[in-house]
Design a protein around this ligand. Structure first.
Ligand SMILES: Nc1ncnc2c1ncn2[C@@H]1O[C@H](COP(=O)(O)OP(=O)(O)OP(=O)(O)O)[C@@H](O)[C@H]1O
Ligand SMILES: [Mg+2]
Length: 153
């Protein structure tokens, strides 16, 4: 996921999650080559908001989530959760913080038929449909009411 920039970010102090310029590179054996799994992704989530990452297979959605949770150490970038910079936390502090965070993966079993995007539907309505299934009603009412309220980045 490349070059999302930072123009869409709200003030860091307003956000529950604020991630800037996340880069994740995986080494390819000892070849000196690397896989650029995530290239400069920035995103934020305010309390009560839901963010869905949508994109083709292999574009870096899961790696972005794992890097935010510090399950993979980001090669570069900053991740603040509730005002705490996660990239600098030690193991025990991070474990405590992780209890408050989780990703919701698209269910691969129900995948294309029930929770995945439909080839003929637009991106916005596909994303809204997936979120309506994944998000409990009390957490994100606008998203459940109107697909049109899913904002593309
Ligand atoms: N542990 C790893 N080591 C090396 N490369 C990896 C590793 N994990 C992911 N990659 C590579 O990083 C890129 C992004 O993978 P990622 O799994 O984040 O994509 P995704 O968007 O979640 O895909 P999908 O929709 O299939 O779940 C891919 O090229 C993948 O092959
Ligand atoms: Mg994935």
């Amino acid at each position: 996921m490349a070059g999302s920039g930072t123009a869409h970010l709200r003030p860091a102090e307003d956000a529950l999650l604020h991630a800037e310029h996340i880069v994740v590179e995986f080494p390819v054996g000892r070849s000196g080559l690397k896989v650029n799994a995530v290239s400069d992704v920035s995103l934020d989530i305010l309390e009560g908001e839901t963010l869905g990452l949508v994109g083709e297979s292999g574009c870096g959605k899961s790696t972005t989530g794992r890097a935010i949770l510090q399950l993979y150490k980001p090669t570069a970038g900053e991740v603040k959760f509730d005002g705490v910079e996660l990239t600098r936390l030690g193991g025990e502090d991070m474990r405590k913080m992780r209890r408050r965070m989780q990703m919701i993966f698209q269910d691969p079993y129900r995948g294309a038929r029930r929770s995945g995007p439909r080839p003929r539907a637009g991106t916005g309505s596909s994303a809204a449909r997936v979120l309506r299934r994944a998000v409990p009603a009390h957490l994100d009412r606008p998203c459940r009411r109107h697909g049109a309220e899913v904002d593309p980045l």
